[in-house]
Design a binder for this molecule. Structure first.
Ligand code: UDP
Length: 216
């Protein structure tokens, strides 16, 4: 039966992920790959068909797989739950030059982009996105639906809880085995921030050293 692989999200990140997926399944024809987007505004993107999720479900094959290439973690969770309800399998995506060393546990549905590195003794939850040039060093524990923008430096002994978003170029100071540095649930670390201490759940921090964002 023909395989159909959908990249969910036909926007910025989806367009970056499609070539990784294509390379990962290089033995398949181009027709086996589609973008899935519910906005239903375009039919074709970079030479691939764009279809809605409803259309994807209606395609006449049971051999269907999806990667959710949408940076918003709440949307990712909603769509991941939808895949379970509809019995559609998700796939893990990994760039061919990503580096993963020893004893790295990676949850389902991850997207690991080009030039990323996960060193040793790391645990990562479901639907993690590591955008280009990001790294995670030793003894980090990353929750579910965590998003790294490009070039995040996540040093050793850091715990990042579910739905946290780490902005481009952020640097997180390493913790210690007895006192890991903690980024709380749903926290947002702004681009270029230098995080030197724990970030509470739901907080937005920016700057060097990173401090809570004061809205004017
Ligand atoms: N989207 C969708 N179904 C949903 C939610 C979002 O198809 O339930 C699509 C949305 O139409 C958009 C894409 O996901 O095209 C998200 O794009 P955005 O530019 O917001 O994010 P990024 O590409 O940066 O992750």
């Amino acid at each position: 039966m023909n395989k159909l692989i959908g990249v969910y999200g036909a926007s910025g990140f989806g367009r970056e992920v499609m070539p990784l997926v294509r390379k990962q399944y290089a033995h398949l024809n181009k027709e086996a790959f589609v973008f899935i987007d519910d906005a239903d505004t375009i039919n074709d993107l970079n030479g691939y068909k764009v279809i809605t999720y409803k259309d994807f479900l209606e395609r006449d094959t049971h051999n269907k797989y999806i990667t959710i290439a949408i940076a918003d973690s709440k949307i990712r969770q909603l769509l991941a739950d939808k895949l379970i309800a509809d019995d559609i399998q998700n796939i893990d995506v990994q760039a061919d030059n990503a580096t993963i060393l020893d004893n790295v546990e990676l949850g389902e549905g991850s997207i690991i982009c080009h030039h990323t590195c996960l060193t040793s003794n790391i645990k990562v939850g479901k639907y993690f996105h590591a955008n280009i040039y990001s790294y995670i060093a030793h003894d980090c524990i990353i929750g579910d639906y965590v998003t790294f923008a490009p070039r995040v430096s996540c040093n050793g002994n850091i715990h990042i809880h579910d739905h946290a978003y780490i902005g481009t170029g952020a640097i997180i100071k390493q913790g210690t085995p007895d006192k890991p540095l903690i980024i709380g649930n749903g926290a947002v670390v702004g681009m270029g921030a230098v995080v030197t201490k724990d970030v509470p759940a739901g907080a937005v921090v920016v700057g060097n050293p990173a401090k809570p964002l004061v809205k004017k």
